[in-house]
Design a protein around this ligand. Structure first.
Ligand code: AMP
Length: 216
């Protein structure tokens, strides 16, 4: 099963992707995580994209598509996968469509997480993550047991540069301009199911699984 998770930054796509990975036993592919990993390791690619990412802008389609092409060449994707944060532009969606066609595959469902803008901004500004293990917390909605430190490994939590208020606005604008049109793109292909992205992670997972039984 090939799933795409669509929705604004802070809609909970990453959290749902992790739960869906466990539920369906297929890998979670997050271009944001892959880019962050390059940044953290200081690779050539990481250096190239650092400033773009920190400012909340989109990495070029060329770089992003190449990253995804490499990822989908690995052997763990044969039973399907969950794309989180990709595609983010129409050009990426068209590229993906062709790439999958060349692999004899196609997207099964696009899950569109519907969340009001005020709520996503609130979620993003309170988000803190562990730079070591990637665990994600929220200062009020999902606080760690010890303020500022990861529950799993005790590492000091950080706020992603692109989650800082000055960059959140830019990301929301990028979403509105470039990613929002993807919903229509996939609706025209009959792939979209809408899920209310509000509630507990488990509640949203249940709603997602229910929605996967229907297609709109
Ligand atoms: P995310 O974790 O999905 O919010 O992604 C974090 C950042 O990585 C974005 O703000 C972009 O700078 C970059 N990024 C992730 N996925 C893409 C993509 N599909 N296209 C372009 N840039 C991306």
């Amino acid at each position: 099963m090939i799933l795409i998770l669509l929705g604004p930054p802070g809609a909970g796509k990453g959290t749902q992707a992790k739960l869906l990975t466990q539920a369906y036993g297929i890998p979670h592919i997050s271009t944001g995580d892959m880019f962050r990993d390059h940044k953290a390791r200081g690779t050539e690619l990481g250096k190239k994209i650092q400033a773009i990412m920190d400012a909340g802008e989109l990495v070029t389609d060329e770089i992003t598509n190449a990253l995804v092409k490499d990822r989908l060449a690995r052997s763990d994707v044969t039973k399907g996968f969950i794309l989180d944060g990709y595609p983010r532009t129409i050009a990426q969606a068209e590229y993906l469509e062709q790439l999958l066609r060349s692999m004899g595959q196609s997207v099964d469902r696009v899950i569109s997480y519907e969340v009001a803008e005020e709520l996503v901004v609130e979620r993003i500004s309170g988000r803190r993550s562990c730079p070591r293990c990637g665990a994600v917390f929220h200062v009020s909605a999902n606080p760690p047991r010890r303020t500022g430190f990861c529950d799993k490994d005790g590492t000091a939590l950080v706020q992603r540069d692109d989650d800082k208020p000055e960059n959140v606005k830019k990301r929301m604008q990028e979403y509105a301009d470039k990613t929002w049109p993807l919903k229509r793109f996939f609706q025209e292909r009959g792939k979209v199911v809408e899920v209310e992205g509000v509630g507990t992670p488990e509640g949203i997972l249940a709603a997602t699984q229910l929605a996967l039984g229907a297609r709109r």
